[in-house]
Design a protein around this ligand. Sequence first.
Ligand SMILES: Nc1nc2c(c(=O)[nH]1)N[C@H]1C(S)=C(S)[C@@H](COP(=O)(O)OP(=O)(O)OC[C@H]3O[C@@H](n4cnc5c(=O)[nH]c(N)nc54)[C@H](O)[C@@H]3O)O[C@H]1N2
Ligand SMILES: Nc1nc2c(c(=O)[nH]1)N[C@H]1C(S)=C(S)[C@@H](COP(=O)(O)OP(=O)(O)OC[C@H]3O[C@@H](n4cnc5c(=O)[nH]c(N)nc54)[C@H](O)[C@@H]3O)O[C@H]1N2
Ligand SMILES: [Mo]
Length: 642
Amino acid sequence: MDVRTSCTRDCPDACGLIATVDNDRVVRLSGDPDHPVTRGFLCYRVGTHYLARQYSPERLTSPLLREGDAFRAIPWDEALDLVATRLDRIRSESGAAAIVHTQGGGSLGILKNLNRTFFGLLGATRTHGDVCDGAGSAAQEADFGGVDSNDLTDLVHAETIVLWGKNITASSPHTTPFLNQARKRGVRTWLIDPLPHKTRALVDRYVQVRPGSDGALALAIARTIVDRGHVHPDAASYCANLDAFVALVRSRSVDEWAREADVPPATVDALADAYTRGGPVTTLIGWGMQRRANGATQVRCVDALHALTGNVGIAGGSASFGVTRRNPFHLDFVKQAALGVPRTLPVPLLGRAILDARDPPIRAVVVDNHNPVATNPESGTTIEALRTREFVVVLDQFLTDTARCAHLVLPTTTMLEEEDIIGSYGHHHLSAVRPVGRKLEGPRTDLEIYQALARRLGLPETYQRSEREWIDEFLTKTRAHGVGYDTLLERATFDPDSDPIAWRGRRFATPTGKFHFVTEHRPAPGRSTEFPLALHGLSTGRWQGSQLTEADEDREGELEVTVHPDACAGLADGAQAWLESEAMRLPVVLRHDANYRSDCVYAPRARSVRRQLCVNQLVTARLTDFGDGAAYYDQGVRITPR
Ligand SMILES: Nc1nc2c(c(=O)[nH]1)N[C@H]1C(S)=C(S)[C@@H](COP(=O)(O)OP(=O)(O)OC[C@H]3O[C@@H](n4cnc5c(=O)[nH]c(N)nc54)[C@H](O)[C@@H]3O)O[C@H]1N2
Ligand SMILES: Nc1nc2c(c(=O)[nH]1)N[C@H]1C(S)=C(S)[C@@H](COP(=O)(O)OP(=O)(O)OC[C@H]3O[C@@H](n4cnc5c(=O)[nH]c(N)nc54)[C@H](O)[C@@H]3O)O[C@H]1N2
Ligand SMILES: [Mo]
C-alpha cells in the first residue's frame, strides 16, 4: 500500500513522500510525483538511506538514566516524574530562568513549535540567534523588511540564474531539475563559490571567489553598473539610501574591489552584463557565505545588486535567500507563550553562555531536536557546559554526542511515526505528515513528553490539546481558504496567502516601505600565517546534519579532507595527516584536488565527536557581524604530517 506523507528534515526542499507499506513496515520511500518541487524523486539521505535509520537497532526505545559512566533503562513514569521533580525544585529554589532549553533542526514539523512553548509557559531561559541562517535572515530583514523569495517554480521566468555560494547538488537537490530546464531554454547560469564542488558541472560559468569576499565582488559589479549608467531608472523611488550606496561603491575602483575578491575584472564585466542585460535575474543566495564574520554584510551586498538593477518584485527577478516557513501558520499561542521567557542566550555561543550565565546561573539544560556537541562550534566547551550542570535532559531518537552528556535521555518518535504539518524555507508549498507503518514500541512524540511534564508541573490546561486540535489551530489562516489537514494529506498546496513573486511591485516590509541599501563594506578577516587555511565544514549529500549512526560512522571510516596539493605541507594524496586549529588537532586523511584554492580546506560538516571525527571540535565559537549567526568558515587551520 502506498501512503502519502512529508519529510520534516531540515532542508529547503520539504519533500512530499510516498511510503510503500508492507505488513505494517515501510519498505520503500519515494518522491511524490504530484508535489510541485519533489517531482517524483528523493535525495540519497532520505530515498536511499532513511529506512536504515528508521529501523536501526541503535534507535532508543526506553528512557535512559545515567549511572556513573553508563546508562540504565527506566520506565517512562519514573523518567517523567524525575524530570518534573528536578525542574520543579530548580524552579522554586532559583527561578525557572536557571533552566535553559535549546532546540535544533531535527524536525521542522510545525507541532515542534510546541516544544519551545512549554518553556515559555514554564518561564525558562531560551536561546536566540541561529547557527544556520541568523546572519542572512537579519540581512534580508534590514534590506527588504523580511525574508521572502520568488517561489522556486518562478525560476522558469529568469533569464539569468546565479547560484551564489550554493551547492544544490548536496543540499537542495530538487533545485537541479528547475536549473536544467532553464538551461535547455538557453538561460545563462553562474556559480560563485570558493569551493569547486559538483554543482559546477550544472552551470555555464564558475567564479572561484576568495572566501568571505562576495561583498567586494558585488561592489565591483555595482561599480561597473553605476559607471555604465545602468542603474534601474526607478531605483531612487523604491530604495531608501541609493546615494549612500553609490558613494560606497565609488569609494574604490572596479579593479580594487575585484582584487579583493580575487576575481578577474573581465569576469566582473560579464557579471555586470548578466545583471543588466537580457531579462530578469534570480540569484539563489546560499547559506554558506553568511556563516562568516562578515556574513550579513555579504548578503546585503548581493541584495543591493538586485535593487540597483530592478531585479526584485518581478517574475524571474529575485534575491532568493529563502522563505519564512512559519508564515503560513497561525502561531499566536506559541508567540504568546514566548513572552514568558525571562532571558535568552546566543545559540552560536551556547556552551560558553551556559558556563558564564549569572543571576541565576544555569542549573539544568533540556535539549531536543539538537545535537549541539557535534553541530555547534566549539564542541569541547559545549561538553564542559553540559557535564558541569546539575541536570541535563536530551530528547532524541539516538544516543548522540549530546545525549551522552545527559543525566536522562528520552527516546522520541521519527517523522514516519507522527502527525504534523510543514512549510518550507525554499518554496511556498505546505504539506502534511502522518504515521506510516507500525511505530516502534517505546519512543514518544516530543509533544506527548512535554504535555506529560506540563501536567506534572501545573502548566496551563490550554497546552493539553490533541495533535489534531493543534494542527487545526495552526492551520487557521489556510482553513479560511478551505485548506485544512485533510487537504494537505491529499496534496501539497501552495500557501494561499503568499505570492509566488516576493515584494511584488517593489513594495517592501521595511518601516519606510522601501528597499534599504547597505552603506558599509566589511572585508573578510585576515588569516594568520600559522593557520592559513579556512576550514569549510560543509553539508554532504550522504547524511543530514550530524545524523550518522554508529553503523554509518563505521562505513564512512576516517575523516577525509580535501585541499589543493600545494596547501598541505608536501603530503601526498591519501596521506595521513593532522588537521590543526589553535584549539586542538584531529587525525585526517588527505585528498588532493588541484581545482581548489590554496587557502581553503573542505571537510564534511559534523561527524562523531566521540570518535574524534568532528570538525566543530576545531572551530572557535564566534558570532557573525549581526543576526547572531555562527562564523564557522572563518576558522583558520593547517595541515601537518601524522
Ligand atoms: N544532504 C544534506 N542536505 C542538506 C543538509 C545536510 O546536512 N545534508 N542540511 C540542510 C541545512 S541545515 C541547510 S541550512 C541547507 C543549506 O545547506 P548549506 O550547507 O548551508 O548550503 P550549501 O548550498 O550546501 O553550501 C553552502 C555553500 O556555501 C559556500 N560558501 C562558503 N563560504 C562562502 C563564501 O564566503 N562565499 C561564497 N560565495 N560561498 C561560500 C560553500 O562552499 C558551499 O558550497 O541544506 C540542507 N540540506
Ligand atoms: N562546521 C559546521 N557546522 C555546522 C554547519 C556547517 O555548515 N558547518 N551547519 C549548521 C547548520 S546549517 C545547522 S541547521 C545545524 C544543524 O544542527 P542540529 O540542529 O543539531 O541538527 P542535526 O545534526 O540534524 O541534529 C538533530 C538531532 O535531532 C534528532 N531528531 C530528529 N527528529 C527529532 C524529533 O522529532 N524529536 C527530537 N527530540 N529529536 C529529533 C536527530 O536524531 C538529531 O540527533 O548544524 C550547524 N553546524
Ligand atoms: Mo541549516
